[in-house]
Design a protein around this ligand. Sequence first.
Ligand SMILES: *Cc1c(COP(=O)(O)O)cnc(C)c1O
Length: 405
Amino acid sequence: MNYNNVDFDTYFKNYPDKSGFFGKYGGSFIPPELQNAMNEITDAYYSISKSGKFISELRRIRKEFQGRPTPISHLERLSSKCGNVQLYVKREDLNHTGAHKLNHCMGEALLAKYMGKKKIIAETGAGQHGVALATAAAYFGLECDIYMGAVDIKKQAPNVARMKILGANVVEVTDGLQTLKEAVDAAFMAYSNEYKDAIYCIGSVVGPHPFPMMVRDFQSIVGIEAREQFLEMTDELPDAVVACVGGGSNAMGIFSGFLNDPVDIYGVEPLGRGETLGDHAASLSYGSEGIMHGFNSIMLKDENGEPAPVYSVASGLDYPSSGPEHAFLHDLGRVKYDTVNDDETIDAFYTLSRLEGIIPAIESSHAVAYAMKLAKQMDKGSILINLSGRGDKDMDYIIEKYGIR
Ligand SMILES: *Cc1c(COP(=O)(O)O)cnc(C)c1O
């Protein structure tokens, strides 16, 4: 399949290129001392992750520890409410720890082990990446330093407790606004001092090369499984695949399985409270080209060209950019990016819970909401939704803010 001169038969061979570019997006825009460390990770990734030993160990971990393959469920009751279209979900909520993030954290931590590193370093905002990484560190017996803003530590007490129970060291960052941005800076600083013994683990398909590629590759298991399972269940491919996009890792995971198929692909961004800058985090829908956090992509900017403040009801989606591969697929037109707002998302959260007995993460509820709208516009066919995680983490917030509907 071909889109604007990009041949999807050979796509994964050519994208990203050797310097980490997907067209003009991606790359690595970081200080020279960090670049050496990144080069080490890139070299290790290319050599180690392709070895039979690494692949078979990761395969065993996925099966015996993570509980993969996760199933696909047919949403019969929800489908009957949305016209003639059949809706299905890929159940990443059933992956160990309750979301897709562990897929790349186990891969990154296994790479750390093969590289002989003793420690993994990361930042976390809402704490989901920190918990997944702390889980991986415990499994492999690695030290784990998670940098987190003091404000976020207060807001995300249950995840802070989880990380500590798993043995991670949660480092409080008290600079500036004491949230994710300062945590990223502090974690990068620590990494540039400790890179001989440590590796940095990014939580999505963002950051400098090789992370957008590496995280996509580790998440691609979702798309590989989903394609095979869907064919087995229905004898056909889905007509559409839908996933929510924050940084974009769960979306790249499932999309990668269908890029070369005659399947419509939709990435769903959070429109939050509305279209005004500051009220949403729909970077691909409203942003423009720019460099932040070490990579070139499409981002939301303030009047000074700096990353704009963003908002979403889903803390896992409130990021002012998205991975460079999404920016590339956006410009090519291979993936269509669209939005749903907070209200549509919360409706979908309750609807899926009530009709199907699956409580979705608020992030994943964005994809469910969009699929419900899309189903009503199609007169027949099927839609496969990536259910990136379960909603247990969101219970307190939902009850406090929306009550029981
Ligand atoms: C973190 C998170 C997301 C957003 O991250 P992506 O990299 O865009 O996938 C989505 N869903 C869940 C459940 C998450 O925890």
